[in-house]
Design a protein around this ligand. Structure first.
Ligand SMILES: Cc1cc2nc3c(=O)[nH]c(=O)nc-3n(C[C@H](O)[C@H](O)[C@H](O)COP(=O)(O)O)c2cc1C
Length: 396
């Protein structure tokens, strides 16, 4: 009886955040008995022949709406507001990006993107005498703005600016003979004269030739690591040292990102109170949250982008980095389990409030980490066979 009550309470927590619209109104307005009766009726209806037909009719309406942008827009205006939060966060991020760029605060993501594109121009074959005309002035302006922002304590990433300086030095040493380049060069020299000391650097941070590396892990090591790794949900109470986490985060930070913008950060919680508080938000940890030693939230920085077409990049880049993080932890004996962060209004609001996220930052995914309790089992989790995973040269 006691267990039943616990199970019911757990189910109540799971369904509470899933209740939206009419369901939420019915839950608030109706007496408990009437709501339970309605819920039972709905479950019976869903399983009946009539219910199946109603669902199929609903599916057909969705199919119809999917055939035109206007109909799809109407659907998501009149019948569902599920994309409201994405719309609002993309707009807030675009607004932030534009105000960074045009109010002179500097947007480091935009600078990194442009400098990366200039680096690609520098390694292009055959070498081009003139390139990057469309962005060189914006890049120099962003460089100056970001340096100013460092001076004002606005951002801390000096290494990106040292890298930008070396790449721009090489660009201006190679590209001349154009009015636009001459104007950009004039502004660049003035910026360097103001900030030369801050940018002093004895490390080479521009295109380079790699030496052949013989110290890399073999495919056997990679296979062993990939096959050994499992999502682990039961941990020992041994704390994970911060040096171990930081080392893994540095590996994660070396992951590829779209145009090298690096639009993410890792929010790490290793105090029991913080883990209990943050780990409870995404709902993917029922029954095992109490023994998680450390909880990481991967946060996407949407202000890295000016246009809607790039709105998925923080998820892609964030998850590429997450996988590197997982392997770098595993290589140090620390196991992990990804924790889903579903797009629910209530969870998102709680995450934003608890972590203090501005409108242009969103949690992409979470990660529970700790030393594995090897006395406990892990799910087998059968993987796809090779034939189910890949196709070569398949065209429409
Ligand atoms: C994006 C993502 C979200 C996940 N969310 C959860 C979660 O909320 N709770 C959980 O117990 N496991 C979660 N997992 C772990 C998966 O269940 C697990 O990766 C999958 O079953 C394969 O097992 P394996 O990781 O051991 O290979 C998640 C995994 C991913 C990649």
């Amino acid at each position: 009886m006691k267990l039943d009550a616990k199970l019911l309470a757990a189910q109540e927590v799971t369904t509470a955040y899933q209740r939206r619209g009419v369901r939420r109104a019915a839950h608030v307005l109706l007496p408990t008995g009437a709501y339970a009766w309605l819920r039972g009726w709905r479950l019976r209806f869903n399983g009946s022949a009539l219910g199946r037909r109603a669902h199929l009719a609903g599916g057909a309406m969705l199919d119809l709406a999917s055939r035109s942008g206007v109909l799809a827009g109407l659907h998501y205006t009149l019948f569902s507001r599920e994309f409201d939060r994405e719309h609002r966060s993309v707009l807030a991020a675009r607004a932030r990006h534009i105000s960074d760029v045009f109010a002179g605060r500097g947007n480091l993501y935009m600078l990194r993107r442009n400098v990366h594109r200039i680096e690609k121009g520098l390694i292009m074959k055959p070498a081009r005498p003139i390139f990057a005309l469309a962005m060189i002035e914006d890049t120099v302006r962003a460089f100056g703005d970001c340096l100013h922002s460092v001076d004002c304590g606005g951002q801390q990433d000096v290494v990106s600016l040292q890298w930008s300086r070396q790449v721009l030095d090489e660009y201006f040493s190679r590209v001349h003979d154009h009015d636009i380049v001459a104007r950009a060069r004039f502004a660049y020299d003035a910026t360097i004269a103001r900030h030369d000391a801050r940018l002093a650097d004895d490390r080479h941070r521009a295109p380079f030739k790699r030496l052949p590396d013989t110290g890399l892990p073999t495919i056997e090591h990679m296979e062993a690591m990939a096959l050994y790794r499992r999502s682990v949900r039961w941990f020992t109470d041994r704390p994970v040292p911060r040096e171990v986490i930081d080392r893994a985060v540095e590996v994660a930070g070396a992951s590829p990102t779209a145009c090298n913008r690096q639009p993410f950060r890792f929010a790490i919680y290793d105090s029991p109170e913080a883990v209990a508080k943050v780990g409870a938000i995404p709902k993917g940890t029922p029954g095992w949250l109490h023994q998680i030693p450390c909880f990481i939230v991967i946060i996407g920085k949407f202000d890295a982008f000016r246009y809607e077409r790039d709105r998925h990049i923080p998820y892609i880049d964030g998850c590429l980095a997450a996988m590197s993080l997982i392997y770098a932890l595993e290589a140090q004996g620390v196991s992990s389990c990804c924790v889903n962060f579903p797009d629910y209004a209530e969870t998102e609001k709680r995450m934003a409030e608890t972590l203090g996220l501005p409108a242009w930052e969103r949690a992409v995914m979470c990660l529970a980490i700790g030393y594995p309790d090897l006395d406990e089992r892990v799910p087998y989790s059968q993987k796809l066979p090779l034939d189910g995973l890949r196709q070569y040269n398949k065209l429409a």
